[in-house]
Design a protein around this ligand. Structure first.
Ligand SMILES: Cc1cc2nc3c(=O)[nH]c(=O)nc-3n(C[C@H](O)[C@H](O)[C@H](O)COP(=O)(O)OP(=O)(O)OC[C@H]3O[C@@H](n4cnc5c(N)ncnc54)[C@H](O)[C@@H]3O)c2cc1C
Length: 776
């Protein structure tokens, strides 16, 4: 009986294999039915969704997605470098711009950059870094642009954002790609020299994240322009949150264009259109400001009602009417790769530099606070995350310089660098206690803390980016077969569609099975036998192997998830977010490993690298678990768990010992600390908070051996009964008791004076300066 059953099963299997291996048979017997079902369940995609999903290029994330990354390829991407001109600009003009800005004056007293600072950044071309030289711009690489924004962000958010926004998605970028020659020749030289200040207005009160739903509209009609009647547009808009709008001279405006009389000869609903409107064009309302969390970059609403403008205002002229959304989606990746990743890395570098120093200078319980294990935990995260953020920022800017428009990678960088940045600043605030809480000229972190949510919200709010974009767009763009299956299903020629679908579907099936088997094999062997295929630092070889394992498991898991969830994956945001987390952690780990190689494998930096990688591996494992534990089908969930983690969970949190090594790097001067905070603007004045910390750190280290002797004498009871033997004045008791000499006393006094300057917080008159015109 059993023999008969086995024989029948074997024959059924053989028949199935025959069917699968003979395409005409396979199409007729298997694929046709699946094709019909797939066409029925395939979710409808709007044009704007399609434009968003298909925009940009696939880069390194494609390798990670497809299950078997080629590490040689990663390490062969050139290390981003600056030209001599770019380096000189960083050393001179950027430093001078930082010097011209006093953040307290900007955020509390003036509520704006000073006229000198504005003049300087306009004249020196800061607003035209992405504009080619032939138009008078600086034509910087994406990497140089990122370096500039990073450094400015260590000084003042108003300064950084005022520079960042004109170089991100907006008039200059759109003109460069889509502008008519006349528009480029007129506007680009003016933008490059700061004669025009641009803003770009997309967001409306009704449409924030869902920006394609903007109700702002233009109606094609005839109207007076230049003394005669022309075909133009009557545009009505109500925009908010627009950076630089209050001071802009050139407003980029997105609205939906309608042509009810078909004067343009096409559809009535022409689509989203981008125009450039001079600020003094009749009917344009700008000038009012929002007040975004005490950040003083210009930000405000703009409105207009039935404002007539010629079709020439459309970027690219009338032929580009209706192309606005595609234009925006195509250009989004470059700016998103640079602006927020750079500004948040800048804030993190400042935090690490200043808080690390503070933690050594500030002492409680007769110990530098940075030496307490609890504080060490925070310092470790700060250091390792800053290392990781900087690596991701550089690698992503490098991709843009390679000609990529890395849409998925830019979303990963935006989300994860800003989230890690928030953690670094929060940790920094905890370490410095009340010093961070009392605002004033000597507070170096309070403003960054206040303004962190801005980074989280802009350029694609983080929750949406994580839940909808990273995996959603990643799957469609990186998967070798998914898009081909969808395109085949939508082919109006159903015969050809079936053929293409058949090919994609069965290749897809083979791909899934292959990665399933690889994931299991790599899990069983702990990925020890993976050939890395590139010359890597020996101490990092295992990470490449682990990443290959993650990649194979991710490919398998995401395929099964897509198979089971189908079109509903779009609504299952929690699962989609966790799948995106795995892809993101793999990208961040790749960036950190590449940084280590690009930096020349500095052994002293290794604790930061190791901690960041263990943390990322652990996070990736948690994300796998989150998907598997919540898999809609329990049975498949259990099967996935066995296939991916056959021996249980191999990844643990980074060790305390490693954390200790990493934290120590932050609290004393070293080449590692300098590399980690390389872009931080370091003022040399002791009146500046960071200048004082730098000097106090050196003085603290010099005084530590003396202090150790004093403490030893104290333990021996040498100062018993001396009223000055207190936490502040003990050096006086020590010199009086002959424990230290005059020179050592001077060392202690200098340390104490600098420490005083560092730990001091500001106080104000009762009305906080309102009567003197300096209220917040
Ligand atoms: C300081 C500042 C500067 C800005 N500068 C500009 C500018 O220069 N030009 C411009 O056009 N705009 C600008 N913006 C607008 C910015 O891009 C939007 O704020 C952003 O797109 C989010 O829109 P919203 O604030 O209306 O939030 P909402 O869209 O109301 O979102 C609220 C929450 O819901 C989440 N969410 C929404 N949809 C989904 C979804 N499908 N799945 C999961 N979560 C979702 C979001 O992540 C967010 O957490 C700026 C905003 C600020 C605050």
């Amino acid at each position: 009986m059993l023999e008969h059953l086995a024989l029948a099963l074997l024959m059924a299997l053989a028949a199935l294999v025959c069917v699968v291996l003979v395409p005409p048979l396979r199409r007729a017997l298997l694929t046709r039915g699946l094709f019909a079902t797939y066409r029925k369940v395939l979710p409808q995609m709007s044009d704007t969704e399609r434009d968003a999903l298909q925009a940009g290029t696939v880069w390194w994330e494609g390798e990670l997605f497809r299950g078997n990354p080629d590490w040689g390829k990663l390490l062969a991407y050139p290390k981003p470098v600056l030209t001599a001109d770019e380096q000189a600009f960083l050393d001179l003009q950027v430093v001078e711009a930082c010097r011209l800005v006093d953040d307290w004056n900007v955020t509390h007293e003036r509520h704006d950059l000073s006229p000198d600072a504005w003049r300087y950044i306009k004249e020196k071309g800061f607003l035209g870094m992405i504009i080619p030289r032939r138009y008078g711009g600086l034509e910087f690489s994406a990497y140089a642009h990122s370096q500039v924004v990073t450094r400015l962000s260590t000084r003042s958010s108003a300064l950084a954002v005022s520079v960042m926004v004109p170089n991100s998605l907006g008039p200059a970028e759109l003109l460069l790609h889509y502008g008519s020659e006349a528009q480029k020749d007129y506007y680009l030289p003016r933008l490059a020299r700061g004669l025009e200040v641009p803003a770009f207005a997309l967001t409306s009160p009704w449409a924030g994240s869902d920006a394609a739903a903007i109700p702002d509209c233009g109606i094609v009609c005839r109207g007076p322009w230049g003394g005669r009647e022309v075909v133009g547009m009557r545009v009505t808009w109500d925009k908010r949150y627009i950076t630089l709008a209050p001071v802009c001279t050139l407003l980029g405006l997105a609205f939906r264009l309608f042509d009810p009389e078909r004067l343009l000869g096409g559809e009535v609903d022409v689509g989203i259109t981008c125009a450039l409107v001079p600020h003094d064009h009749p009917g344009v309302e700008i000038g009012r400001r929002h007040f975004p969390l005490n950040a003083m970059f210009m930000n405000g609403p703009t409105r207009g009602r039935d404002v007539f403008m010629p079709l020439d205002f459309i970027i690219g002229g009338p032929k580009m009417a209706g192309q606005g959304w595609r234009m925006l989606m195509e250009c989004l990746a470059a700016g998103r790769s640079i602006s927020l990743p750079s500004s948040n890395t800048g804030m993190a570098q400042l935090t690490v530099r200043a808080v690390g120093g503070y933690a050594r200078v500030r002492s409680q319980f007769k110990t530098a606070v940075g030496r307490f294990e609890g504080v060490e935990e925070a310092l470790t995260r700060m250091g390792a995350y800053t290392y990781l953020m900087d690596a991701a920022r550089k690698m992503t800017a490098g991709a843009v310089d390679l000609g990529e428009k890395p849409s998925v990678v830019s979303a990963i960088a935006k989300y994860h660098v800003t989230e890690r940045g928030r953690q670094v600043v929060n940790d920094g605030m905890d370490v410095i206690g009340g010093k961070g809480i009392c605002l004033g000229p000597s507070n170096f972190l309070g403003r960054a803390y206040q303004q962190m949510p801005i980074s989280i919200t802009v350029e694609g709010a983080n929750i949406l980016t994580r839940s909808l974009i990273i995996f959603g767009q990643g799957a469609l763009r990186c998967h070798p077969y998914l898009l081909r299956e969808m395109q085949a299903a939508q082919n109006p020629d159903s015969g050809q569609g079936l053929k293409d679908f058949d090919h994609a579907l069965w290749s897809h099936a083979a791909y899934t099975v292959r990665h399933g088997l690889r994931a299991l094999a790599l899990g069983l062997t702990g990925s020890h036998f993976v050939a890395v295929g590139a010359a890597v630092a020996p101490e990092t070889r295992r990470y490449y192997q682990q990443l290959t394992r993650f990649s194979a498991a991710f490919s398998f898991l995401s395929d099964i998830a897509l198979l089971v969830l189908g079109g509903s994956v779009k609504r299952r945001e929690k699962l989609s977010a966790r799948l995106g987390d795995i892809l993101s952690e793999m990208y961040l780990m790749s960036a950190a490993l590449k940084r280590f190689e690009d930096d020349g494998r500095p052994a002293a930096d290794a604790p930061l690298l190791h901690w960041a990688l263990w943390d990322s591996m652990y996070r990736a494992q948690q994300a796998f678990d989150g998907v598997i534990a919540n898999f809609p089908n329990r049975f498949i969930g259990r099967f996935l768990h066995r296939a991916i983690f056959p021996w249980g969970h191999p990844y643990v949190v980074p060790s305390d010992d490693l954390g200790h090594q990493a934290a120590r790097l932050l609290i004393e001067p070293s080449p590692t600390r300098d590399r980690l905070t390389a872009e931080t603007y370091l003022p040399d004045s002791l009146d500046e908070p960071l200048g004082a910390i730098e000097a106090a750190l050196v003085a603290t280290l010099e005084a530590e051996p003396v202090e150790a002797r004093i403490r030893e004498a104290e333990r021996q009871g040498r100062f018993a009964g001396d009223p000055v033997a207190n936490v502040r004045d003990i050096a006086r008791a020590a010199v009086a008791a002959g424990v230290i000499g005059a020179e050592e006393f001077a060392l202690m006094e200098r340390r104490n004076a600098l420490r005083d300057a560092v730990v001091r917080v500001d106080d104000f008159p009762f009305d906080l300066g309102a009567a003197a015109g300096q209220g917040a």
